[in-house]
Design a protein. Sequence first.
Length: 95
Amino acid sequence: MTTNEKIAALRAAAQAAGAHGILLMTSDPHSSEYLPTYYNSLPFFSGFTGENSTLVVTLTGSALWCDGRFYVQGDRQLAGTEIAVSYTHLTLPTN
């Protein structure tokens, strides 16, 4: 299966379950520093192998968020897929 076919399958599963989307994160139930491969489904579905990333698949689109360490890698690994890449950082309120 291609990445776009996997995303379409995720989208169909979400719709069949009555959900509006699916969130895939690079984390496990224990918030482990080193993620066991078993919990990391994001590379399978997206083809992106960088760390600390989040994939959102909705009924109308998909996007991956990762930090600045993965600009080049994200562009290369997701080229030709429907997944939009967003490189962001969090800004927390100071008050």
